[in-house]
Design a protein around this ligand. Structure first.
Ligand SMILES: [Zn+2]
Length: 96
């Protein structure tokens, strides 16, 4: 995975290795996120947009749609079974 070098603001001559997922700075170590990581995320998002690539959010939405489509037939069958059970337990003639 490619990484970026971000110059340290507090230690002259030192740099942090940073990706969209992590960084070697103390801020990331302490808080699990940092300005370097955020800068890489923004730069990569802009680069992906310029290249016409899908964003992480777009990919998540596409996967959610695929999962929903995959689960729809099973959900429909559950509804059908439930309705059939209801019909068996409470036949329409009982209420006439
Ligand atoms: Zn950092």
């Amino acid at each position: 995975m490619p990484f970026y070098l971000a110059p340290s603001r507090t230690v002259p001559g030192q740099a942090h290795r940073c990706t969209a997922y992590g960084c070697t700075c103390k801020g990331f170590e302490r808080y699990g996120r940092c300005a370097h990581q955020r800068a890489v995320q923004l730069a990569e998002a802009r680069e992906h947009e310029e290249l016409g690539l899908a964003s992480d959010a777009g990919i998540d939405c596409a996967f959610a749609g695929v999962a929903a489509d995959h689960e729809a037939p099973a959900e429909a069958e559950r509804h059908q079974r439930s309705a059939a059970t209801f019909e068996r337990l409470f036949p329409a003639n009982d209420f006439d």
